[in-house]
Design a protein around this ligand. Sequence first.
Ligand code: C2E
Ligand code: CA
Ligand code: CA
Length: 514
Amino acid sequence: RLKCNNGGGIERTFSNTLMTISLNAIGMHIPDHEVKRHEFFGTYGVARDITDRKRAEEVISYQAYHDILTDLPNRMLFKDRLGLAVIQAKRKLTELAVMFVDLDRFKLVNDTLGHVKGDELLQQVALRLKDCLRRGDTLARQGGDEFTIVLPELRDRQDAKAIADKFLESLHQPFDLDGHEVHISASIGIAIYPGDGETIDELLRHADIAMYQVKALGKNGHSFYHNSMLDVSHQKIALEQSLRKALEQNELEMYYQPQVDVATGRIIGAEGLMRWNHPQRGLLSAGEFLPFAEDNGLMLPISDWMLGALCRDLLLWNAAGGENIRLSLNLSPQYLDRGDFFEKMRGALTRYGISPAQIEVEITENICIRNPQYAIDQLNKLCQLGVSVAIDDFGTGYSSLSYLHRFPIHTIKIDQSFVKEIHDEQGHYPVILAIISIARGLGLHLVAEGVETDVQARYLQANGCTTMQGYFYHRPISLPNFINVLQLERGDQLEPPRPHALHAVPHHMTAIQA
Ligand code: C2E
Ligand code: CA
Ligand code: CA
């Protein structure tokens, strides 16, 4: 505060404002030669208003501790708050909870609707989560679609459970992103101080592990950390490491699941499904390890391997008389995303002398969401080459119908989840009927997947779907077994034709299984 030296006797009025200044001042002296001293007579100084600089510094330090998108504390501030809460809890002998919240399917929304909408969704999620909390709780964004929460001064675990339930319920309401209705859910892991850990890092790590457990068990839920989960997460890390080795050590193998035309009872195609002969854990199916591959950048080398393996196997099955049997391969979105899929495919077919007409690629509806035009171009080139395209898991992804017009499609595969619903041959299953009529209307080939019972097969056939794939006919089988099946079938041709394949228990089923 500066005051005026009211020397002149003139009254002056000042308005007082408080501001931040930087001040520098120099004493002024008159040299006094007699006493050889300088006599002080005043101060000369400059006060600079640095309000703007101060404000900028505050913004910078705010940004260093907050997430710009959601305005929530970031991971640094979170750790700081958690640290304080732990000290308090130790002193007051109370418990506290750390939660790890990870949105399910966020990536899909991001890929489908774009990053701008994805960001908007994160902002809306942040607001909803915040609304569920008390004052004194800290909600932070850890990065991506991950949020962390500290609930200090917990009365008991039930409090944490109640908040987690509240989170899930509030996220359950659909989100409106400029007219797009979006549904998401979350997986929540909870660790309690001091039982589940006494340090910041331990608590966070254990909440994270509990969250992964929820993901693994089907998402959309919450779970408290438990020591037994450590084994699971160690297993996961071990799986990841050994998957890298599996490729080098030739532990992967393609299995084939026949597709049967029930009108004739004959195999008309087979889908290649990857298997891993794990040295300790035995035969693992694709669903057990490919998701890890997707998350760890292993999908590209694995897909490269798959192309080669399929071609080599196809030569063998052709030699066994299967030239008329189409091979369907699953195309990972990541593989299609990378520039050279088409070239690789064409290269492999040429190298092995395989006719493109014998190949079908199965894609899911989510395959071309990141870079649709590019994916469509690739698929078009494939079609020109003579390879056909099937939509896998039809009806379960985003915007199924709009894709049907965007690139050439030859086949749609009715997803297993719809087939599972069929329990009664006389029943009415509108989704199945709708898919069948779409296929008919567009002149597409139709395959029903996951057919497990006689009832399902009859219902599908009665309503016009005649190509089927599922355990009722064959499980996925190794190449030698598949070749056996083909040869058995060729042998059959020499016998008098059987009346109707569908009504008999498929004869290969018991003889040859995976
Ligand atoms: P998908 O393409 O939908 O494959 C069908 C899955 O259902 C396979 O699981 C198959 O074994 C299983 N299945 C077949 N018939 C029945 C049935 O009657 N009942 C039941 N409950 N299940 C049946 P799998 O082999 O674990 O594959 C899971 C997914 O992994 C596949 O789903 C596919 O998306 C992917 N995948 C499999 N092999 C490959 C591959 O070589 N490359 C790529 N990129 N993806 C693959
Ligand atoms: Ca498939
Ligand atoms: Ca499928």
